[in-house]
Design a protein around this ligand. Sequence first.
Ligand code: ZN
Ligand code: ZN
Ligand code: ZN
Length: 163
Amino acid sequence: MSDIDLIIERLELRGHRITSSRRRVLDAVLAQQAHFTVDDLLHTTRKVGRATVFRTMKILLDLNIVCRVMMDDGALHYRLSTGRHHHHLVCTNCGRVEDFSNCDVNSLVRDLQSATQYEIEAHWLEVYGRCQSCQLLASVPESKSAATSKRATSARGGRRGNN
Ligand SMILES: [Zn+2]
Ligand SMILES: [Zn+2]
Ligand SMILES: [Zn+2]
């Protein structure tokens, strides 16, 4: 059974009807690379209204079929989810996203709960940094890029100081 059939089955089990528009949104979701925005979906789901795309994404979110990633520029992206509780490690340079699931915030949540009397329901944590390949790229001697982008290079060097 393909991914799309499994997802449709899960939706139908929850009582969601699979209209042709929803089916097109599902196809578009599965065709995306890594992570994507609603606008990315709208480019490939011609004739499907924005509201339908948003509603379908809400259903997929509620069923943990997709999750949201907050990129470091504040843009919300979607990504196929593992379904289990996890967080994201986001590279601020190339935008690559990886999951991590060893989140150890139970004691923090307990302390918060007793200090504030809140009934804590959820938490959301994204971690930002530079992935290994971006670090490697940054450490390559600037011979090639120096000629073509002198200004960009010096601006970058200036911002990062003498690393
Ligand atoms: Zn995720
Ligand atoms: Zn990177
Ligand atoms: Zn967590």
